[in-house]
Ligand binder design. Structure first.
Ligand SMILES: [Zn+2]
Length: 329
């Protein structure tokens, strides 16, 4: 056992595949990032994961590795290690990622949803250290969530818990990627922000954004809108405020359901923190009971872009330190 000094955490994103080698204390020893090239399909991506795992360990043999954990962008059964049709990984279908990787690597492999693992990372290494009830929300292409209760991830019966992005916040809201209408994701994600800005520009509202994309609104990205809002563009500011208010409505629901001591907001859109917070606070004043807003602290992610990767490291460490926990199957 003593030679098994390391774990590997993998953040399998739709765009980037990131890998970290960490020691048993969670200190990152080495890290790598390569394009996922998801369009090449499942087998190519699986091959890339295996190659990157061996490369980052090199020249150490696999015998030095205690565990590998993978953060996946989509629904996951963490007990069996099955990934269910991740929307950003075309052609995957339902895949038992755990058994495929264990067969090749001959070390224990664990799999988790990326936003769940980001919550775990913030609890272990980031803004939520010491919190007993933690909720993490990511505002990126979609809206994801993770909940840590008494030090453990809240997984639900099969692993599907904490999909905060798919709570309905407007009965008549826009269609969501999941097929429902008015989900938080359809009203507060980067995708929603882009759609809303396009719609307002098409209606004739003036904005620097139309010039920034040379009149081609298909080129519009949430990050441009965040930037324009920070520079004082009125339309961009109103769209960010709209999304932040919607997020606040979702957070009021989350507070009443889970009574968290801390809510951590991450993802690229959360970088517009100073623009988001006033509208989030307004929504909470209008929609949450005062005792909840007074007692719940809302903070920006400390780990930023690294949350998923460090979450995978945290999962691997948790599993080898507490192998008998339910999530360790
Ligand atoms: Zn939805």
């Amino acid at each position: 056992m003593e030679q098994k000094k390391y774990v590997i955490g993998i953040d399998l994103g739709g765009t980037r595949l990131r890998v970290a080698l960490a020691d048993r204390a969670g200190v990152i020893v080495r890290r790598r990032a390569v394009p996922t090239l998801a369009e090449e399909g499942r087998n190519a991506v699986l091959g890339r994961i295996l190659a990157e795992t061996r490369t980052i360990l090199d020249p150490l043999p696999l015998a030095n590795l205690a565990a590998v954990a993978v953060a996946v962008p989509g629904p996951v059964d963490p007990c069996n290690g099955v990934v269910y049709r991740p929307p950003n990984l075309p052609g995957w279908g339902d895949v038992n990622l755990k058994s495929i990787l264990e067969q090749e690597l001959t070390v224990p492999v664990f799999v988790g949803n990326d936003a769940n693992l980001a919550a775990l990372a913030e609890h272990k290494f980031g803004a939520g250290r010491g919190a007993s009830q933690l909720v993490y929300v990511t505002m990126s292409t979609g809206v994801g969530g993770g909940i840590v209760s008494n030090g453990e991830l809240l997984l639900g019966s099969w692993g599907g818990a904490a999909e905060i992005g798919h709570m309905t916040i407007d009965l008549n809201g826009p269609r969501c990627s999941c097929g429902n209408f008015g989900c938080l994701e359809a009203m507060a994600s980067g995708t929603a922000i882009t759609r809303e800005a396009k719609w307002r520009i098409a209606k004739g509202t003036a904005s620097v954004l139309s010039e920034r994309v040379g009149g081609n609104l298909d080129e519009l990205r949430a990050q441009f809108i965040v930037q324009a809002a920070q520079e004082g563009d009125e339309l961009a500011g109103e769209v960010i405020e709209w999304a932040a208010y919607n997020l606040g409505v979702g957070l009021a629901n989350v507070m009443h359901l889970f009574d968290p001591d801390i809510i951590i907001i991450g993802g690229g859109v959360a970088n517009a923190w100073n623009l988001l917070m006033p509208a989030i606070q307004r929504a909470l004043r209008e929609r949450a009971m005062e005792v909840y807003t007074r007692r719940t602290c809302i903070v920006h992610s400390e780990l930023g872009d690294d949350a998923g990767l460090l979450g995978a490291v945290a999962l691997a460490l948790d599993k080898i330190d507490h192998p008998m926990q339910r999530q360790a199957a």
